[in-house]
Structure formats: C-alpha cells, structure tokens
Design a protein around this ligand. Structure first.
Ligand SMILES: *[C@@H]1O[C@H](CO)[C@@H](O)[C@H](O)[C@H]1NC(C)=O
Ligand SMILES: *[C@@H]1O[C@H](CO)[C@@H](O)[C@H](O)[C@H]1NC(C)=O
Length: 288
C-alpha cells in the first residue's frame, strides 16, 4: 500500500520559476512588426508536420480586417536522446527559413507544459510592446482568424482573458487519471475558474502580471489550471466569449456554414486541419 504521504509531491509540480534560456529566438520580430494579435503554438520539437500544416492554413493569415497577425511555435528540448543532433539541425534550418520558432532549454514533455506556457508569458511580456492580444492555441485546433479578430476588435483592451472558461471543476483524485492531483499536492476540492488550454486569448498586459504572480503560486503540472491559479492570485476573473465560438469537440452534425461561424474547434489531430481548411474556404466562398 502506498499512502498519499509517500507520494513525492514534486512530481505534480514543475521546476518554475527558473531561468530558462531561448536557444532559438526571434528577438526583434514582434516589436518590429507590431502585430495586433500574436498566436503562440506549443508543439513538440519533432512535430514538423503539424507546424507545416499550420503554416499553410490559419498560420498564413497575416492580415485580417486590417489587423496584422503573426504566429510563433514554442518548443522545448527534444527528449529523444538518439535523434537529438540531426533534429537540432533540422529545426535550425526550419527556423532560418520561417522565422517563427522559439525554442527554450527545458525538456519538452507533456508533464512540462506548464513551463512552456510560462516561458511563453515571459517572452510575450518582453518582446511585444506594441501588441494588443495574444492567443495560446494548440496545434490540433481549427482557428477562424477572421471571427477571432472580429471578436477582439470589440473586446476589452486590458486585464482580459477569454476562451472556453470552466468553473467549479472538481480536482481528479483517481490516481489513474491523466490529470490526477493528490490532496497532499492540492488540498482544495475544486479548481478556480480557468480557460481550457487548447485555446485562450488574453490582452498583452496580462503576461507580465501572470509571470509576477507565478513567484507566489506553486507551479502544478496542469498548465491551464496553473494559469487559472495565477489569475486568482491576481484577483482577476475570466470573460466568457460570445456563445458557440469556442468548441471543444467537432459536432457530428454540422451546419453547412459551421466553419465560418466558430472561432476554434478541437480536431482529432493536426492532419485533419488540412481537409477542414479546404471545407472552410469553400464555405467562405459560397457566401456563408
Ligand atoms: C522538465 O524540465 C526540466 C528542465 O529541463 C527537467 O529537469 C525535467 O526532467 C523535466 N520533467 C519532465 C517530467 O519531463
Ligand atoms: C504600434 O503599432 C501601430 C500599428 O499597429 C503603429 O501605427 C504604431 O506606430 C506602433 N507604435 C510603435 C511605438 O511602434
């Protein structure tokens, strides 16, 4: 029998705050381009395919409704020791070609996603002085930039975060769950409100505040919950988006204008995005 006290608490927390360093960076691009909106996409180092699909779909929408949009991919270090050298060279070439890769020197793993998110907030707070909004968006998402920008043009400019906001979610105490947290690591029975990690949007005054809050909030490995904990520490609430814009699963029955009516939808995988994008463009052209 393993009692909860025997479980090492540290496995539910990540080493953050900590001085991580960017080994691939775009130090001046965001300031020079001054985009209205920056899309930040966490992706595993080896997942070139997902990056290329995004570059040829929603990642290529760089001017929408008169606003400049740019995207960056967030990588850590590859954990596959044997494939390290060739992969590093490939990623360097990819970075020189596309100028959209930010790679930091922590180990890229599912359990380290909180570090990736916090490194993202650090980067945004110091590199994008003339940007209004950023979105953290997963690589297996459909994203309708037109509807997103349209929503943001009417949104608050300060202390604003939106997405699919969850409230009063119970902490999973079943040790086989992917998102298990024992009482010893997190005694409260529910989480504070948080926006689902697959896609949340925020005003650019928040990154600095969230980084500051992180010095006072122990970093749990569940990244979206951790952002929610930092928001609570700051005394800030989240905003619900207009109804029906952030969709967590593809509806089985979809109207003929589905893709032109939403902002995000979680897909089954990033390969599906290529096909969905064609449908989306067809719907746009057909007057949806
Ligand atoms: C998380 O990253 C840190 C820093 O690189 C590393 O020491 C640690 O082993 C990583 N943890 C996991 C679970 O990958
Ligand atoms: C900020 O960006 C806007 C366009 O989005 C531009 O008109 C303005 O000159 C920029 N300001 C600075 C300080 O770069």
């Amino acid at each position: 029998m393993i009692s909860p006290a025997d479980l090492s608490q540290s496995e539910y927390f990540v080493p953050y705050p900590h001085q991580y360093h960017f080994i691939l960076d775009e130090p001046n691009r965001c300031q020079q381009e001054s985009p209205f909106l920056v899309l930040m996409i966490p992706v595993a180092p080896h997942n070139r395919e997902a990056r290329d699909i995004i570059r040829s779909t929603w990642g290529k929408e760089i001017r929408v409704l008169g606003q400049v949009i740019s995207h960056y991919f967030l990588l850590g270090l590859s954990k596959e020791e044997h494939e390290k050298k060739p992969l590093e060279e490939e990623i360097l070439k990819e970075s020189q070609r596309h100028h959209d890769i930010l790679q930091s020197d922590f180990l890229d793993s599912y359990r380290n996603l909180t570090i990736k998110t916090m490194v993202m907030f650090e980067w945004l707070s110091s590199h994008c002085p003339n940007t209004s909004y950023a979105m953290k968006v997963d690589s297996d998402m459909f994203l309708n930039i037109h509807n997103l920008v349209n929503m943001l043009l009417k949104a608050p400019r300060h202390l604003y975060m939106t997405g699919q906001v969850l409230r009063g979610v119970y902490v999973l105490r079943d040790s086989t769950s992917k998102w298990f947290l024992p009482v010893s690591a997190f005694p409260e029975s529910t989480y504070p409100s948080y926006a689902l990690g697959m896609g949340y949007v925020f005003s650019l005054d928040l990154p600095k505040k969230i980084v500051e809050a992180s010095a006072h909030v122990k970093a749990v490995y569940i990244e979206d919950v951790y952002v929610g904990l930092c928001m609570r520490h700051l005394g800030l609430s989240l905003t619900d988006p207009p109804h029906g814009l952030f969709i967590a699963t593809i509806p089985f029955f979809r109207g003929s204008c589905y893709w032109t009516s939403v902002i995000t939808t979680l897909l089954e995988n990033s390969n599906q995005l290529a096909n969905v994008w064609i449908t989306y463009q067809t719907q746009t052209q057909s007057g949806c």
